[in-house]
Write a protein that binds this ligand. Sequence first.
Ligand SMILES: [Zn+2]
Length: 290
Amino acid sequence: MLWIGCSDSRVPGNESIGFMPGEVFYHRNIANQLQMVDFNGLAVLQYAVDWLRVRHIIVCGHYGCGGVKTALKQNELGLLNNWLHDVGELSLRHKVELDAMSDRQHRVDALCELNVIEQVRNVCRSPILLQAWRRGQDVSVHGPGPYTGEVSAAVLAELGCRFVMAGHPERRTLFGDRPYAEVLIARREGTPVGFALFFHSYSTFLAQPGIYLEDIFVLPEHRGVGAGKALLRRVAQIARERNCGRLEWSVLDWNQPAIEFYLRVGATVTPDWRFCRMGADEIAKFADES
Ligand SMILES: [Zn+2]
């Protein structure tokens, strides 16, 4: 296993993640990054993948990361600013969400999580991983939830979003060279409590992109406090920012509470459109028919 972590000494070594000495190959730097111009990190990655043939790569961040804090504050700290430049850019890309958090600690922790996701993407998009996958090598990349004092379960896995972390073949669907969907995480007092997963559709009638909301999920014990509505609103804001003509999703016809909720936020439940579906078997059968 290859472990990419922060230089911070509070991030655990092999013993606290249940591995024996010799089982984990380590790489550490400030704010657990894998940058495409960092020969040190890339050499470690290449050695681990091509020679050691590790089957798992873990990018582990930690809450309260000093590197992430520094990137957020944009203080003048010389060379450190160069090293943390990408984390600073990441914070600018998520400025709207981060600024919406009133508590500074939550902002830092949210950026710690975003940074883990970003670095997992960097690893997945590196030529080293792309080549390994192309030749069929069994190696998966994981981004467990940032370390909080005890080894934390993966943030997304807690939310039932396990396919993101799964070994294969799903590993590339969200973090590969062609991510098929985007995910928003809802946080309550800093703890992830729900997610929304969406992707772009296109309307030929409007000649405009649209957004299809595939899934919106809030942990049962955190329902009724507005997390679902906040997720839906943020997806609507993204649709507006990207000039989408439509935001669409489907609902089961017996789910009256959900239908009422959607009607209340101004959606229409279309009476005349029916959903068509082919499963993998039907797709294969139809695709092969001559
Ligand atoms: Zn750190």
